[in-house]
Design a protein. Structure first.
Length: 255
């Protein structure tokens, strides 16, 4: 194949430069686009979205309150918070911070949208114009550029995260695994939000943390769902325990 004439080659280069400038210009506008969108979200919702994207979990109540106060009093901004997590927080540094660029992009898509990135998006963020974008800005760009379907999933995850933080995010009930589970399986369907809330409710069962006095007969301890731990405490009269049977009851009866 013959090489293109100089005039055509120059024209091609000019077009590529214009396309590159256009891509850069669009990316530079993303923060403003997200800012306009975030004006419809509370500070709490914005913080939850950052936790979901960068940490893959709902916020604990203490952490959420801390960042909310710092932002409300002007010591921190949402932009500062993203950078703080990516650059300073051990939870991120020991997790996504140790991943390759490809792994991070895949993880962000999964955390935010519950899907893998499309081929073009993955290549752009890992090999082309977006490969040098900092992760704290990348999570912003993905959120700002979310399709209607992807935005629905983010909003559903934020709602589930807020519910977990309010119901089970306190210092006596917060559990990292439960905080992750609260958002991990939430998708576009409303039913996934309700399932997450039901799971959160199971962590706040009224029997948790209470001393239940046993008898010499049969004792029944019930819980809605999830893992349950029973600690046996001996008194002066008894130092051994006998367990004849354990029945795990599901929604349709004993299993």
């Amino acid at each position: 194949m013959l090489p293109p004439p100089p005039q055509l080659k120059n024209l091609k280069n000019q077009m590529l430069k214009r396309i590159s400038c256009l891509v850069i210009g669009i990316f530079c506008l993303l923060p403003n686009a997200l800012l306009a969108q975030n004006q419809q979200l509370s500070i709490e919702q914005q913080i939850q979205e950052i936790y979901i994207g960068l940490l893959g979990r709902a916020a604990d109540a203490a952490g959420l309150a801390y960042w909310q106060q710092d932002i409300a009093e002007g010591r921190m901004t949402i932009e500062n918070l993203r950078a703080n997590i990516v650059n300073l927080q051990p939870e991120y540094l020991n997790g996504m911070g140790k991943m390759s660029r490809v792994q991070v992009v895949n993880k962000l898509y999964d955390n935010l949208f519950k899907r893998v990135p499309d081929a073009a998006g993955l290549i752009y963020w890992t090999e082309e114009g977006g490969k040098n974008v900092n992760i704290d800005q990348l999570v912003l760009a993905l959120s700002a550029g979310a399709s209607e379907a992807d935005r629905l999933i983010i909003d559903n995850k934020v709602e589930a995260a807020q519910y977990y933080t309010e119901k089970a995010g306190g210092k006596d009930s917060y559990d990292p695994s439960a905080a992750e589970a609260a958002v991990k399986r939430v998708g576009k369907d409303r039913s996934t939000v309700e399932q997450s809330k039901e799971k959160t409710d199971s962590y706040t069962d009224s029997n948790i943390g209470k001393l239940i006095m046993g008898t010499d007969g049969g004792d029944t301890i019930t819980r809605k769902d999830g893992d349950y731990r029973v600690d046996f405490v001996a008194d002066d009269a008894r130092d051994t325990f006998e367990i004849d049977s354990v029945t795990v009851a599901g929604p349709n009866g004993p299993m």
